[in-house]
Design a protein around this ligand. Structure first.
Ligand SMILES: Nc1ncnc2c1ncn2[C@@H]1O[C@H](COP(=O)(O)OP(=O)(O)OP(=O)(O)O)[C@@H](O)[C@H]1O
Length: 979
């Protein structure tokens, strides 16, 4: 079985590190040991060709000693049955000078590969079946550009090497042209000290694997170890933690260089061979032919890393190569052919869309290292493509942090939310980047440009919430994971330039690239069991010798997944200018990188809280979440406070309104009381007291008593009918019974009607019996005075009661009036115009006017009452006088004089004859009183203008005018009813 086959020996990558990359001078780099080519040369003619294609050898082959130079291929016990290398013109290449042994390189893809010389590439389309997967296609299925026939193309287009021994599709064992039977190596375990180990279950190349758990580093077998070390299973997809690819730039139809049969490549086998001096076969994870577009380059070498970055790993992609070979084209691309950066951005956002359970925050920075100085390309504004103010920037330094690693500061970072925005930001940085014309590139990048996309992500549902002492609930999302994708377009290495500026730039560029090469080279040196380099000098890795290597330190030290895209231009390499060395150096750099970078990339840990220090505070997602929480609670508090204030204002407003209403009511009551008191005083003054002139006459009192009795007897209704009833009768339009108001009670207190009420007779019977008692007790005029006083007191009590009623009604009227006024003011437009003060003022004015009106009317009526009282008093006096006279005449007639009763109209000295003359026309006092009451009712009826409760005469009852001749007053009589 092929699995027992030992590995064929490999030529070690023993080229001196100093030779990579080349210095601008054309002279060989010092200390650049050369492996004797004779020992390394394999004549293609000596390669076994007899074996049938696809057939693996059955004979086990012992491994060659480590470091041993390759034997001629024909001598190798290799299962290969390589076809002879042929030039397109049928010339068999004489030698394959060196077989570059990269033990961990991925195996060539299945199928019938075919080596092609570079120059044949334009024709390759006719011979190859190109089935490039879209950029979305997974790498493992995307390498379907298959050249039929297993031919290796030469640069000038010839078929150089037939790799008929390669297996076809279907996972058959496959051997490389140099005898690397992948399956042959499967069962050989890696030694403990091997730097090349694959994580279990990882999907990677034999050399580098992605360690999902992040524990085991993935190691690369150095070339020197290659022969003796056992091989890891090789992954045909060539994907791992470190992916090294070489891209061959197509000729663009210009006379850029020469054609050569010395350069051969086979994209299918990821092989690039140089048949010239110091040449050899170089295997990589990918060799992209000139036919391969950016999408294929991305899908095979970067896509997987981008996905891993989204999952929490750090990733670094950089393009390396001499000037004009297509680094910028590969990284940026063009509109029809977007490069790695735009394709990565597209995938980043696709991943975000496909992962709803996590939330993301993206920020981007863009810097360039120009002449060993770092410039922020986003901080510099650009005008018409020219960087403005880039030189006046604050110096950007590199710092190191245990969490962040090496980083540039201060550096502007922009938060981006869409692919378009991200592309726009990067495009802005591109505008600010330095470019210049070189010998091989009209628009050459003169600086190393680093786009850094920081991805913060967090599980929305809380993730492993228990880690925080169980305090985090589902409401609190999980910890924040921060990963970084660095996309680097290095400046091109260049030989001596003509202009001074270009030379200075070139010197810096080459120095940094040289340092990078040195580090890569030293990393690939032999290591002892503990992983230390055996050579003491090689233990020192000069990361600090250049800004570029310092910045790349975390990635080169294994913290990151790495994809190196090396670009070559074989036409240039074959040009008479002698760029073959440069191209070779690029290939060697790529080979060493593949062989030396140990990536033990781990998923970034999730962090909780904003943390402390710069590293912690950079977790913007967490900071923003906390800020959002903080702002939310502030908002809630403010809303609560606002509501409290609103409630308080409402309460204050209500209290003010209530207070105002209360004040208004008090004012109204006071006004009403004042008015009523005044009226009572008036009325009290009008009522005759016992001390009044004329009342103290005994004759008068006796006659008064008689009159009262007579009046009471003549009337069906009893005196001292409470005015309450009178009022209600009046209101209902029913004629009120007459009341007797014939005397005054000096002691009556208008302010305390209750006390008067208590003493006042409430029933007609009481009143009547009192009168009778009084008459009976005294039997003269004096006896009736007491009765009169009681009657007056009763009358006063009634009036007080009446006042109370009036007060209530007045209050009620005010309220109704107030509410009507409010309603009138209520329309929105008026409300918005009138302030509450205006309303109150207007209301007060109305009330004042009303009070004034009422007072005026009250005055009128009081004057009328006064006149009527006077008239009534005179009439009563006259009556009493006439009765006394009558009794006297009867008595005298009965006794001695026998005087006649014909004189019915005796003239009293106190009674004017005119009053007596008008006796017939005068109406009883109680009727007048009733009219007055009704008039008073009119005064206090509901409504300010007496609309309701106003006393009106009905149409069918004509008011009767009684003329008081004594006072010259006209008294209107008539049955009234409330309207
Ligand atoms: N694969 C390719 N297909 C088509 N054109 C390409 C390809 N690669 C490079 N080119 C073209 O070659 C020219 C030089 O390429 P580019 O500027 O990318 O080289 P570079 O390596 O970035 O050079 P420098 O280091 O000087 O910046 C450009 O015009 C570019 O469009």
């Amino acid at each position: 079985m092929a699995t027992t086959l030992p590995r064929p020996s490999r030529a070690p990558l023993s080229d001196p590190p100093a030779s990579l990359p080349p210095l601008p001078s054309s002279r060989p780099l010092p200390g650049s040991p050369k492996t004797p080519s004779s020992n390394r040369t394999v004549s293609s003619s000596r390669l076994p060709t007899s074996q049938a294609p696809g057939k693996a050898p059955s004979t086990p082959v012992p491994p060659l000693p480590t470091g041993q130079l390759t034997e001629p291929r024909s001598a190798l016990p290799t299962p290969l049955s390589n076809a002879p290398l042929k030039s397109p013109i049928g010339r068999t290449p004489t030698t394959v000078r060196k077989v570059v042994s990269i033990s961990s390189f991925p195996q060539p893809p299945k199928g019938n590969g075919r080596f092609m010389s570079h120059s044949s590439s334009p024709l390759a389309g006719a011979q190859t079946e190109t089935r490039r997967g879209s950029a979305d296609t997974d790498c493992s299925v995307n390498r379907e550009t298959r050249s039929k026939g297993g031919k290796m193309k030469t640069h000038n287009g010839g078929v150089a090497l037939r790799t008929s021994s390669l297996p076809g599709k279907g996972g058959e064992p496959r051997t490389g042209p140099n005898g690397r039977g992948s399956d042959a190596l499967l069962s050989i375990p890696s030694p403990p000290h091997s730097r090349s180990s694959s994580a279990q279950g990882s999907d990677s190349t034999g050399a580098t694997t992605l360690d999902e758990s992040g524990d085991a580093g993935n190691k690369i077998v150095s070339a020197t170890q290659d022969a003796k070390l056992k091989r890891e299973p090789s992954n045909k997809d060539g994907k791992g933690n470190v992916i090294v690819s070489v891209r061959i730039r197509p000729d663009l139809g210009t006379a850029e260089g020469g054609k050569s049969n010395e350069w051969l490549f086979d994209g299918q086998k990821s092989l690039l061979a140089y048949r010239g001096r110091e040449g050899g076969d170089y295997y990589y994870d990918n060799v992209f032919t000139p036919d391969d577009g950016n999408d294929r380059v991305y899908a095979s070498s970067v896509k997987r890393i981008v996905r891993r970055v989204m999952e929490g790993y750090h990733g670094t992609v950089f393009a390396y190569g001499m000037t004009g070979t297509g680094k910028t084209f590969t990284m940026q691309g063009t509109d029809p052919q977007p490069g790695v950066i735009p394709l990565a951005i597209r995938d980043i956002f696709s991943y975000i869309r496909e992962t709803p359970r996590r939330e993301f925050l993206l920020r981007v920075s863009y810097l360039e290292i120009y002449n060993e100085k770092i410039h922020d390309l986003l901080a510099a504004s650009s005008t018409n493509g020219a960087a403005v103010g880039i030189n006046s920037q604050e110096e950007i330094k590199l710092r190191e942090d245990s969490k962040r690693g090496v980083y540039a500061t201060p550096l502007k970072e922009e938060i981006v939310q869409s692919p378009t925005q991200l592309l726009r930001v990067i495009g802005r940085g591109d505008m600010a980047r330095r470019t210049g014309s070189t010998q091989f590139n009209a628009r050459s990048s003169r600086s190393h440009a680093v786009v850094q996309i920081v991805i913060e992500s967090r599980d929305r549902t809380g993730g492993n919430s228990s880690v925080q002492g169980g305090k985090r609930s589902a409401m609190n999302p999980g910890g924040v994971r921060v990963s970084t994708l660095s996309l680097i377009d290095l400046a091109g290495s260049e030989r001596a330039a003509e202009s001074k500026e270009r030379r200075t730039e070139g010197a810096h560029i080459n120095k940094s690239l040289l340092t990078l090469g040195t580090i890569i080279s030293r990393l690939s040196k032999d290591k002892d069991k503990s992983g230390n380099t055996t050579n003491a000098e090689d233990r020192h890795l000069p990361f600090r010798d250049s800004k570029l290597t310092r910045l790349l330190q975390p990635a080169l030290s294994g913290n990151s997944l790495v994809s190196i895209l090396c670009t070559v231009h074989l036409s240039l390499a074959a040009s008479p200018a002698g760029n073959a060395t440069e191209t070779l150096n690029t290939l060697k750099f790529a080979a060493r990188a593949k062989n030396s970078i140990v990536s033990h990339a781990k998923k970034a840990e999730e962090s909780y809280g904003a943390g402390s220090g710069d590293a912690g505070s950079r977790v913007l997602l967490e900071r923003y979440r906390m800020e959002i929480q903080d702002l939310r609670s502030q908002l809630e508090n403010q809303a609560k406070a606002a509501k409290d204030v609103e409630d308080q204002n409402e309460r204050i407003k209500e209290e003010k309104e209530a207070e105002q209403r209360h004040e208004e009511q008090i004012l109204e009551i006071q006004l009403a009381r004042t008015a009523l008191k005044e009226r009572i005083e008036h009325l009290t003054r009008l009522i005759l007291s016992s001390k009044s002139t004329g009342v103290n006459s005994s004759r008068s009192f006796s006659s008064l008593s008689t009159r009262v009795r007579n009046t009471a007897a003549s009337s069906d209704t009893i005196v001292a009918k409470p005015l309450r009833s009178s009022t209600s009768h009046s209101t209902l339009g029913v004629p009120r019974p007459a009341s007797v108001r014939t005397s005054s009670a000096e002691s009556a207190d208008p302010g305390s009607p209750t006390s008067n009420l208590e003493n006042s007779p409430t029933t007609p019977g009481e009143m009547g019996s009192d009168e009778e008692d009084s008459v009976g007790e005294y039997g003269n005029g004096r006896a009736s005075v007491g009765s009169q006083v009681r009657a007056l007191q009763a009358d006063l009590a009634d009036r007080n009661q009446y006042i109370l009623t009036l007060e209530r009604r007045l209050l009620h009227a005010r309220r109704s009036s107030h509410s009507r006024t409010s309603l009138q003011l209520s329309p929105p437009h008026r409300m918005s115009e009138a302030t509450p003060e205006d309303n109150v003022r207007r209301l007060l004015d109305e009330k004042d006017a009303e009070i004034f009106d009422l007072r005026a009317r009250l005055d009128d009526k009081e004057r009328m009452i006064a006149a009527l009282r006077t008239a009534a008093r005179k009439r009563e006096v006259a009556e009493m006088t006439s009765k006394r006279n009558h009794r006297g005449s009867v008595h005298s007639r009965k006794s001695s004089f026998g005087s006649s009763t014909t004189n019915t109209n005796p003239v009293s000295p106190t009674t004017p004859s005119s009053f007596l003359a008008s006796d017939k026309r005068l109406k009883p006092v109680d009727e007048v009183t009733r009219i007055l009451d009704e008039m008073l009712q009119d005064r206090v009826g509901p409504g300010t203008q007496g609309r309701r409760g106003t006393v009106r005469f009905s149409d069918d009852i004509k008011p009767e005018v009684v003329v008081d001749d004594v006072n010259g007053l006209e008294i209107v009589k008539g049955e009234a009813h409330a309207m």
